[in-house]
Design a protein around this ligand. Sequence first.
Ligand code: NDP
Length: 288
Amino acid sequence: MTATRIDGKAFAEKVCDEVSEGVKSLQASHGVTPGLAVVLVGGDSASQVYVRNKVRQTEACGMKSFHHILDATTSRGALMSIIESLNADPEVHGILVQLPLPDHLDSRDVIEAIDPAKDVDGFHTSNVGELWTSGESFIPCTPLGCLKLLKSVEPNIAGKNAVVIGRSNIVGRPMAALLLNESATVAIAHSKTQNLQSVCRQADILVAAVGRPQMVKADWIKPGAIVLDVGINRIETDDGKGKLVGDVDFDDASKVAGAITPVPGGPGPMTIACLLANTLEAAKRSVS
Ligand code: NDP
């Protein structure tokens, strides 16, 4: 079997086109342009590139972009006052604080300061609670992107066995909640899971969100399963340039899976696209 390659880049472009149309229609109907504010405290050059990409794509969709690039030594008080001013700013509909934060800042404390109605990352406990109780919430962007990719190849998720490897608050747990809300039978695996390979072999839908390069091999995969690879890992190559790989051994797994996302070009591009979709949604809710 050679798996269908799920093209996250092409799908993300489609989502961004839909967002651009949504922005135009909100401007026409209510005179409102959605605005996204990104806050980066410290961060290496990779984080700064990531933030620049978000700014560029936000503007490309016709939205307003606000960014606060703060020094790594920024105090809690200074950061909180920026968040308070963004909460109160009617031009800002979505607020994203880039994680991780420097050690002297508590990310939970900072996320809880964001107005849940502007929490387009879906990390505020109010939105997390809504997600787990099937209410209306902002859904974390990476799992939301994975769900959209999954539905593009398998609209009928109900009753399927799903295994999510990873239980982080930003990927594994919300991914499991989403699959449960779609009536899949869900298992969450993690570093203490026993017989991980045989747990994964039960999965009709396998999501890997671990951070271990090419850990999942062909013999972990049920023939025909759909595999969503969230991992982004840089490995060394002979030419010294290095390359990005996922948590799944793509070439090996492609021989067994029914459909699979590549890395790069899988859930990664969908993450920013879903952030923009959530920001449009926040702007729409602000006028309804
Ligand atoms: P975390 O480090 O927060 O979580 C990793 C999870 O994997 C933990 O639950 C951990 O278990 C589990 N784990 C670690 N080792 C093993 C193992 N040997 N067997 C089984 N489970 C294991 O990572 P994130 O969730 O933040 O990210 C996961 C990956 O996804 C990373 O590669 C990251 O770069 C990528 N990512 C990609 C995004 C995108 O846009 N595509 C966005 C966010 C992340 P335990 O809880 O027991 O420690």
